[in-house]
Design a protein around this ligand. Sequence first.
Ligand SMILES: Cc1ncc(COP(=O)(O)O)c(C=O)c1O
Length: 333
Amino acid sequence: MTAELDPNTIVYFRGKYVPLREAQVGILTHALHYGTGVFEGIRGYWDDGEHQVFLVRPREHYQRWKRNCGILHIDVPASAEELTAITADLVRRNAFHTDIYVRPLAWKCAERIGVSTDDRDAFALVAVPFGEYLHSDTGLHAGVSTWRRIEDNAIPARAKICGAYVNSALASDDARRAGFDEAILLNENGQVAEGATCNLFMVRKGDLITPPVTENVLEGITRDSVMELAVRVMGLKVVERPIDRSELYICEELFLTGTAVGIAPVVRVDHRAVYDGAIGATTREVRRLYFEATRGHLRAYRKWVFPAFPAATPREQQEPETNAVSLAEMSVR
Ligand SMILES: Cc1ncc(COP(=O)(O)O)c(C=O)c1O
C-alpha cells in the first residue's frame, strides 16, 4: 500500500498537464463500471551518482501497453517515444529526485449506461514517488491461492486489463488476511501461473524455470530482463515449462519478478521452507544484476534505461547487440 499523492502533483490527463486534483472522471464512466481500461506500470530509479531518474525500459512498456489496448479496441494516439518523452517531462515538472512508479491508464470514457463499447477513449499518465512495494530483503512467505488465474478466453491475463485485476485483488487480499506476503495463483489446469502482481521463477538443478506465456501469465518485462541477464550474463539455462504446485515445495530457490516488486525472493511457500529457508545464491545474483542494470550501472544494459533529466552522461543506446556479455563490459563506474 502506498501513501496518498499530493493533489498538486502534475499529471498528464487527456492531452494536458494538470494538477492531480483536476484529473477527474465522471461517475458513469464506462471503465469505472465495466473494467474497460488497460494500465501499465513503469519504474524510474533515482541514481545519486548521476543525479538522475532512470526510467526502466519505457519504450517496451509503452509498446506493450499500446498493443494490449488494442485487445479492447482502445486507441492511444501517441507513439511509445512520445509517451516516454511525456513521462520524462512529468518527472522534471514534479522535480522528482527519488525512485518513482509511473502508471499509464487508457480507458473507455463514454459516460452512459450499457456494456457495449464505442470509440470514445482517453488516457492519462501519472508518476508517483515510490519506494519498495514488498519488503522482500529477508525473503517473502507466499501462499498458493484458492482463486484460479483467469483464462485467456475469459479475460486475457497477458494484458493489464483493469477488470482482470479483480482476480489479483481477491487473491492478494486473501493471502494477506491469511498472513502471507503474496499470493501465487494456479491456472485452471492446476499448474503454477504467477503471483498476484508478478511473474514467478524457480531454480531446479541449477536451471531457471518459469511458466511459458501461454499459461495465463502477464508477459512481464521484468521476466524478460531476468531471462536475458540469466542467460547472457550468468550463463544459466532458462527453461519455460509448466510448473506443478508441489515443485514449489521442493525447488532449490524461488523468486518473483515485476516492475513494482523488482526481484523478490520467496523463502517459504504454504508454511514450508524453500530449500533451507535462506535466499539462494542464484536469486541474490539475479537481484544484484537487475539492481545494477536498472540504475544504469551496466554498460551493456544502458539501453534499458532512459534518463528523465538532461543527461550528464550520454546514454549508450546505440551500442550494438552482442551475443554474450563479458564481465569487462559490465561496469560503467
Ligand atoms: C499479474 C502480473 N504479473 C506479472 C507482472 C510483472 O510484469 P512486469 O515485469 O512487466 O511489471 C505484473 C506487473 O504488474 C502483474 O500485474
